[in-house]
Design a protein around this ligand. Structure first.
Ligand code: PMP
Length: 638
């Protein structure tokens, strides 16, 4: 072995390179076939193959400079806490729209805990524009490298090592939010919240740590690794200021104020990647699908079926045949009720729902029950809004044929122990439908780990378009079930005497579907997948804890739904005020919340109210927005 020029008995760089090449070639999947040719380059500086991101839509990355990395959207700077300065959302000096904001927060810490040099803490300041372009341009994405060099199969070999539940990945906002939460006073009613409180000793319950929510904690599935699992370990830092730039509507003025969108449980706002993708479809791909022998039909079919594939991966379904495009969660539940339910349930059979259900998961079963003399039983909840599992077990019996329940309550925010409910239903021989309308945008979902027979969600609640949604169903079950609607697209052969149906998904997609919006939903799924669902869950959890602690300080407030395991939703009533008046007062400040019964009257009545005010959070919300909400409520009370 020759030595290097310093003659210090160390191998020369050329020899090291040759040795490394041998090592990499011997590694799993060849790892790297060759070291990068430039001397001194490390693997993290290899330019990514951006085609791996599978974007058929154009990316309009603006050329402006992104701000240096910060967290929490301007509301949670510890420096602001220490100085007693609330960040004023409407103040251009401190608003989250101000690109200089983060440089005004010198105490913001870099991300901690990343061993990869790729992350290194702050986002590189030279990055252009929005999050999408960041993800595409950066040469610091181990995601790409991992996929390039290991391939998905190798990644799936040990999912327990890959999948990190939320909060296991240190992010900027971890440290920042924890500090801020510690400084919220729980004993200073009327205060503006974070900026003048004494530290609290209340432990924050991180529910992600003890419930996998249907995620494969250790179960290996070599064929189909969970997408959420992959992104869970390798997503780049989560920066709400950069993310917000992707949502044009968040710059909208309402009543002279910047919009604060806290009505995410009703519908979510759309990133420009989704808006652009739909526009691109109509400009370059629009055609009916599956049937024509021309170029645009091929493009449209590819785009539509590509979106189906994205949904399959997003849910970790076993096959694309298990993904049926429908109008939304409501239509999906009606489809199951009016096909499988009608064909399989008989007089005296029982359906169990929970007290938390949205009307969409009550009315179709009631209609079916009336038609077929079925009985509906209801799982009760405790005073915090948690389902009572012991009571549920008592309801299960030989007549139970279906359990249909929500994974997250839209009125209270309760996260139900979904995997447990499914398992118990299966032990009783019942089928299970899980309503994921309020869960898919807030936490990773894995339908195979959950083992639901059906799972439904709406595109518009997961940053996609309205008018498109998904029914997941186990393939054998879908193919055993006769279609509920007949028409074109769903048939193999038709004579006047007889029709032969396609297998799923075709048999449940009669007529021309919502092609463009399915493609838009695919873009939305790409978007949240790149952010990383575990990180989204983690960030939102902090926001929820933050908001809950501040809301508790508002005089005369009663929080409806206080389960330790919650997502996104903060329902409340305010003593002396009608809920619509509170909604109107918030609207004056540009804050959009829902006030009303939220299409969940039974659960509100369980708590003795007919309506609540319901702010609901998404990953683009900030602590500054929550401060504005809470301060407006304080001033109402004054
Ligand atoms: N289930 C739940 C839990 C919901 O929150 C909603 C919408 N609010 C639905 C079902 C129905 O969804 P969609 O109106 O999009 O069909």
């Amino acid at each position: 072995m020759s030595t290097n020029i310093n003659n210090d008995n160390l191998p020369s760089p050329q020899e090291l390179e040759a040795l490394a090449n041998q090592l990499f070639k011997a590694g799993p999947g060849g790892f790297l076939s060759e070291l990068p040719s430039q001397k001194g380059a490390d693997i993290f500086s290899i330019a990514p193959d951006i085609s791996l991101f599978n974007t058929s839509a154009p990316v309009n990355a603006p050329a402006q400079q992104a701000p240096p990395s910060t967290i929490g959207g301007g509301g949670i700077s510890p420096s602001a806490v220490n100085q007693g300065n609330a960040v004023n959302l409407q103040d251009p000096q401190t608003s989250f729209a101000d690109p200089n904001l983060s440089s005004q927060s010198p105490s913001l810490s870099p991300a901690t805990g990343y061993s990869q040099p790729a992350f290194g803490g702050q986002l590189p300041v030279q990055l252009n524009g929005d999050y999408e372009s960041y993800l595409k341009k950066t040469d610091l994405i181990p995601d790409v490298l991992l996929r390039q060099n290991f391939g998905v199969e190798q990644l799936s070999a040990a999912p327990q090592d890959l999948f990190h539940l939320p909060y296991q990945q240190d992010q900027h906002f971890d440290t920042e939010l924890k500090k801020v939460l510690e400084q919220i006073s729980t004993s200073a009613p009327g205060s503006s919240g974070i900026f003048n409180g004494a530290p609290t000793t209340t432990a924050v319950p991180f529910y992600f740590l003890n419930d996998t929510h249907g995620l494969p904690a250790v179960k290996a599935d070599k064929a189909q690794p969970s997408k959420a699992g992959i992104s869970g370990i390798i997503t780049p830092p989560f920066d709400v200021n950069i993310i917000r730039r992707d949502f044009p509507i968040l710059q909208e003025q309402v009543n002279g104020k910047q919009l604060v969108w806290l009505d995410n449980a009703a519908t979510t706002q759309k990133p420009k990647q989704v808006i652009d993708r739909i526009s691109y479809f109509y400009k370059h791909e629009n055609s009916n699908i599956h049937r024509a022998a021309h170029e645009l039909a091929a493009r449209a079919t590819d785009a539509y079926e590509g979106a189906r594939k994205k949904v399959q991966q997003f849910l970790n379904a076993g096959s694309i045949n298990e993904i049926i495009f429908v109008r939304g969660a409501t239509e999906a539940i009606n489809l199951v009720a009016k096909s499988w339910g009608d064909q399989n349930l008989n007089a005296g059979d029982e359906i169990i729902v929970s007290h938390l259900e949205h009307h969409a998961n009550i009315v179709p079963w009631q209609q079916l029950a009336a038609k077929k003399s079925l009985k509906i039983k209801v799982i009760p909840v405790d005073d915090d809004g948690q389902v009572l599992i012991d009571e549920y077990v008592k309801l299960l019996g030989p007549r139970t044929k279906l359990v249909s329940f929500t994974q997250v309550s839209n009125a209270l925010g309760t996260v139900t122990p979904a995997a447990q409910i499914v398992q118990l239903a299966h032990l009783a021989g019942a089928k299970v439908l899980v309503d994921g309308a309020q869960s898919v945008s807030h936490m990773p979902v894995d339908v195979r780990a959950l083992d639901a027979d059906w799972f439904v969600f709406s595109g518009h609640k997961v940053f996609g378009p309205t008018g498109i949604g998904v029914l997941y169903g186990k393939e054998y079950l879908l193919n055993e079930t006769q279609p509920w609607q007949g028409g074109g697209n769903m048939i193999k052969d038709v004579t006047f005497e007889h029709t032969q149906y396609h297998d799923a998904p075709g048999r449940f997609e009669a007529g021309t579907g919502n092609i463009a919006d399915a493609v838009g939903l695919g873009a939305a799924i790409d978007y949240v997948t790149r952010l990383g669902m575990p990180l989204i869950a983690q960030y939102e959890h902090y926001l929820l804890v933050y908001a809950t602690q501040l809301l508790k300080e508002v005089k005369g407030i009663r929080l409806i739904g206080t389960a330790p395991e919650k997502a996104s939703v903060l329902s409340f009533v305010l003593d002396g005020y009608k809920t619509e008046d509170v909604g109107a007062a918030l609207n004056q400040q540009g804050i959009a919340v829902r006030s009303g019964h939220h299409c969940a009257q039974p659960i509100l009545r369980r708590f003795g109210v007919e309506s609540t005010v319901r702010p609901s959070l998404a990953f683009y919300n900030t602590c500054a927005e929550i401060d504005l909400l809470v301060n407006t409520l304080h001033s109402l009370k004054r």
